[in-house]
Design a protein around this ligand. Structure first.
Ligand SMILES: *[C@@H]1O[C@H](CO)[C@@H](O)[C@H](O)[C@H]1NC(C)=O
Ligand SMILES: *[C@@H]1O[C@H](CO)[C@@H](O)[C@H](O)[C@H]1NC(C)=O
Ligand SMILES: *[C@@H]1O[C@H](CO)[C@@H](O)[C@H](O)[C@H]1NC(C)=O
Ligand SMILES: *[C@@H]1O[C@H](CO)[C@@H](O)[C@H](O)[C@H]1NC(C)=O
Length: 382
């Protein structure tokens, strides 16, 4: 009698335990009381007709832990457009902010979620360098988010705590004060992670491997939009090293991936990195879940074709957490699959490789006459 009571209690306890811990997988219906697994959040996407709240992805897989040690340009990195322009933030000046915003969480949170490319607009302002979403090359109280050093220190803390991670910063550079950027990077302690311009490939070669970059502790890659700063401050001029498609509405026309005006053509073979912008001219918080879904993935294919069959290394979006399911993290995983192992998704790399090897052995067994060329075609066309 006593024993069976104890059993019953154990079962009830177990039941409660399981119910209490129950969490939801990708695509499952969620509600405020039903929490999604880590790396997911509960979303609807009315812009796409999806009104059922479902668990959607906010984190890509870490490509360097799936396929290790490749050159830096053989990976793709989730990138946030105007990473610092965060919804409902207040201006550091105390004034009301009138600038549009492009993201929802802090740079620290973005980095934690696997964002590895950050687009930062830097201005001279109040005798310092500020992150502003402004116009006319001038920052105002009502367009000033915060001093750049705050966000640079967040990046420094992340690099210090994660010694095998690499972060890339794209500066939209309005700074004219002498050595302005160097001073703020020095003050944030980020200069110790600096990847030197001298090591950046200049004729389309591969970058150093991610292992090299980690071993040398050269884990911060910085590009500026001002060409003169490469000579004056040792900050790489963006479009010498990175091909970039058109941003804004003109860059969202399905099926085409033209270069932005400052960038060489997308198929320029002497430039090793490719950045794909995919966000509208005016940030659209409710439209982002649609943009960041199937159309984003479709654009990676258009950009692959435009870039002479090369996949984008950076995929830059607004509201990176918004989608109707897999979103920007899924796009990055798919591109990483193609880049690192020729599979449809970096998640399948190990299995996919095993399949390739088994297929190869079988083909050799039954069709000894088949040329290696044909075998390769059979394996890698998917
Ligand atoms: C801008 O903000 C600063 C405080 O950071 C304040 O001293 C200044 O008066 C403000 N300027 C205008 C034009 O409101
Ligand atoms: C930045 O720091 C380096 C050493 O880390 C130093 O040589 C350089 O003078 C500093 N530059 C400025 C503008 O502070
Ligand atoms: C934002 O996106 C929604 C959904 O796609 C669309 O209906 C709306 O017109 C867009 N807003 C702007 C300002 O473009
Ligand atoms: C293999 O290919 C050669 C020509 O490349 C041909 O002469 C031969 O008959 C083929 N053998 C078989 C078993 O198909």
């Amino acid at each position: 009698m006593e024993g069976s009571n104890a059993f019953r209690l154990l079962f009830i306890g177990l039941g409660l335990f399981v119910a209490g811990c129950s969490s939801l997988k990708l695509g499952e219906t969620c509600s405020s009381g039903n929490v999604c697994d880590p790396g997911l959040r509960c979303e609807t996407c009315p812009a796409n007709g999806n009104t059922r709240p479902r668990c959607t992805r906010i984190q890509p897989l870490s490509p360097t832990s799936k396929v290790k040690g490749l050159p830096f340009n053989k990976y793709s990195w989730l990138t946030t457009h105007n990473s610092y322009a965060i919804t409902s933030s207040k201006s550091g000046t105390g004034s009301a902010l009138l600038s549009p915003t492009n993201q929802e969480d802090s740079v620290t949170s973005q980095l934690k979620n696997g964002v590895r490319g950050l687009m930062l607009d830097m201005y001279d302002f109040q005798n310092d360098i500020w992150l502003c979403h402004s116009f006319g090359g001038q920052c105002y109280n009502y367009t000033a988010f915060q001093p750049a050093i705050n966000v640079l220190k967040e990046i420094e803390a992340f690099l210090a705590a994660n010694p095998s991670e690499i972060v890339t910063i794209f500066i939209e550079d309005y700074v004219t004060s002498p050595m302005g950027l160097t001073k703020v990077f020095n003050a944030s302690n980020l200069n110790k992670y600096w990847f030197p311009v001298s090591k950046m490939p200049k004729s389309g070669e591969d970058w150093p491997t991610v292992d090299d970059m980690v071993q040398q502790n050269e884990r911060l890659v910085v590009f500026t939009s001002k060409s003169a700063k490469e000579a004056s401050e040792g900050i790489a001029y963006n479009w010498k090293y990175v091909l970039e498609n058109q941003y804004g509405n003109d860059g969202m026309k399905a099926g085409s991936c033209p270069n932005r005006a400052e960038s060489p053509p997308m198929n320029t073979a002497t430039v090793s990195l490719i950045l794909q912008n995919y966000f509208p001219t005016n940030p659209n918080e409710t439209g982002a879940c649609l943009d960041n879904s199937a159309p984003l993935i479709s654009m990676t294919n258009s950009c692959y074709e435009a870039a002479g069959k090369r996949w984008p290394n950076f995929i830059a979006v607004d509201f990176y957490q918004r989608s109707d399911g897999g979103g920007a993290p899924e796009a990055v995983d798919e591109v990483n699959g193609q880049l690192t192992c020729g599979c449809a998704n970096v998640a399948y790399c190990s299995v996919c490789h095993l399949c390739s090897i088994i297929t190869l052995l079988f083909l050799r067994l039954f069709f000894p006459n088949l040329s290696s060329f044909h075998v390769l075609l059979l394996n890698f066309q998917d």
